[in-house]
Write a protein of this length. Structure first.
Length: 149
């Protein structure tokens, strides 16, 4: 039985996969989500975004090619439901406009969270480690947004 739904952005997923500041918190969050039978969701493109971050880490020498391969294997083994819905692009555009966000990536994660909440008629928490994103939402931060500390 699904007890809740969580949308994790790429900043949280990368911290889960690659040791860096915030990795312990990301691991604890995902462990709690999985152990309680909750659902993980992300926009349909999220796998490419995570892969891009890993490739950049290889190119900059932060991780080796073999570490990237192992990390990628761990990532694709996660049980993430990738959400693709015709309404997501328009919802993301509305969110970008409302919060004056510079990119659609962040807005797409927020839109997926809102769409899943609308469909399930329950709260869907969106988790990010991107403090700048949360601050850019200003006083109007949606109540479902959580910052990984």
């Amino acid at each position: 039985m699904i007890r809740g739904t969580y949308c994790l952005d790429s900043s949280v997923l990368v911290k889960l996969l690659v040791p860096e500041e915030g990795s312990d918190e990301a691991a604890a969050l995902v462990k709690r989500i999985i152990s309680t039978g909750c659902r993980l969701i992300a926009p349909a493109f999220a796998w490419a975004e995570v892969g891009t971050v890993l490739r950049k880490k290889v190119k900059s020498g932060l991780i080796s090619e073999s570490e990237a391969e192992e990390t990628w294997a761990r990532f694709v083994s996660l049980s993430i439901d990738y959400v693709e819905d015709a309404s997501i692009p328009q919802m993301a555009w509305r969110i970008c406009t409302k919060f004056d966000l510079p990119t659609m990536y962040d807005a797409a994660f927020l839109a997926v969270s809102e769409k899943a909440a609308e469909d399930s008629q329950s709260v869907v928490e969106f988790w990010t480690a991107d403090r700048e994103l949360v601050e850019s939402l200003g006083r109007l931060v949606p109540p479902y947004v959580r910052l990984l500390n």
